[in-house]
Ligand binder design. Structure first.
Ligand code: ZN
Length: 121
């Protein structure tokens, strides 16, 4: 069930906007919270690996480079995923309100959208 909802959320960005039902908003909030927790957990694992590489004095510079390479790719992949999918507002972190996609920035909630559009005009 959650997998189907997530696939729909990802496939059809419009489907997750403009929810009027309080119950559906709550479900969307919970799903976004799960995605956010998963994102944070993966970022933390990457950071732990960075620290391990940086703190281990036995690695040669060449070994460090080799070990860092997949971490850089993983960080890029996570950043790209965060940018692409509506996990939360990139300005205030909100997960409850409708999110709107701005290709150059990412997802912005309906509250910050007003500020963003107001300041850009
Ligand atoms: Zn916001």
């Amino acid at each position: 069930m959650i997998g189907m909802v997530l696939r729909d959320m990802i496939k059809n960005k419009q489907a997750i906007q403009g929810l009027r039902s309080e119950k559906l908003r709550k479900i969307r909030y919970e799903l976004r919270t799960l995605l956010r927790l998963e994102y944070d957990s993966r970022i933390e694992r990457v950071n732990q690996k960075w620290r391990m590489i940086n703190e281990n004095t036995e690695f040669t510079p060449c070994q460090r480079m080799e070990l860092r390479e997949p971490l850089v790719r993983e960080e890029e992949r996570l950043t790209e995923t965060r940018h692409k999918y509506p996990i939360n507002c990139i300005v205030c972190g909100d997960r409850m309100h409708d999110l709107f996609y701005y290709p150059q920035y990412g997802w912005i909630c309906s509250l910050c959208k007003v500020d963003y559009e107001g300041s850009s005009s």
